[in-house]
Design a protein around this ligand. Structure first.
Ligand SMILES: [Zn+2]
Ligand SMILES: [Zn+2]
Length: 237
């Protein structure tokens, strides 16, 4: 059975484990390695690598721990430059070029966020088909075919954001870096969802989201079961 498990999701840290029979792929480096070790019953042999979307600390804070343990960490050239790190276990990846980690074939694609060179990932494995992972992006320029599962940011609703009396610059930053529920709906609908079995909404804002409302709306608009990413939640792929 293939699964994705949420270790953390949101602006205080991000970490997800994709597990198939033989391999475990880590998405993001925003949780301590000790936490991952515990999750895997201290059997690190399944870990084939870690893919990171961008340099913000909630996605990259613990990359040095991973590298020191010999975990291959994949990231864009721009992300690597800003993090200013070097290790034989670092691998630069390029938007539009497929690379392999263990049994996973991975295609990075451009995302739209306030950082140097952010990417999302289309992850293919023979057991679960195609999983799209897109976070920290105020929209997605690309469309995808043959998706089977989707993990997508659903950060805020315009209504809840407008209700909050926050400084205009903070509001502007959110609008130009994170995905709203409306954009999430439109993005999902722009893709062919015929073969999609499950959608996980990730990176919800603590202050401007409504998990239950978001879940209901996306389920209604797509007809596909929706899971909200919270610590320890597991989605079958
Ligand atoms: Zn983030
Ligand atoms: Zn970010």
């Amino acid at each position: 059975m293939s699964t994705v498990k949420v270790l953390a999701s949101g602006s205080s840290g991000n970490g997800y484990l994709i597990e198939t029979d033989n391999y475990c792929l880590i998405i993001e480096a925003g949780v301590r390695l000790s936490y991952i070790k515990k999750e895997l019953n201290y059997d690190m042999s399944k870990i084939c690598g870690c893919i990171i979307t961008h340099e913000h600390k909630d996605h990259s804070r613990y990359i040095n721990e991973y590298l020191k343990s010999g975990i291959r960490c994949c990231l864009s050239k721009g992300t690597k430059e800003v993090l200013n790190i070097n290790s034989p276990y670092l691998q630069e990846i390029y938007s539009g070029s497929i690379f392999k980690v263990g049994e996973y074939k991975i295609l990075p694609f451009d995302t739209k966020h306030d950082c140097k060179e952010p990417v999302g990932y289309l992850i293919n494995h023979r057991d679960f088909g195609n999983l799209m992972f897109a976070t920290d992006t105020y929209y997605l320029p690309n469309k995808f075919r043959n998706l089977n599962n989707i993990m997508i940011e659903c950060n805020y609703s315009k209504e809840l954001l407008d209700l909050d009396n926050i400084p205009i610059n903070r509001k502007k930053r959110i609008l130009n870096s994170h995905m709203s529920i409306d954009t999430c709906v439109n993005t999902l609908k722009a893709n062919n969802l015929r073969d999609v079995r499950g959608i996980m909404l990730i990176h919800l804002s603590n202050d401007h989201s409504n998990a239950e409302g978001f879940k209901k709306r996306i389920e209604k608009e797509t007809g596909i079961p929706v899971i909200i990413a919270e610590k320890d939640v597991v989605m079958r792929l």
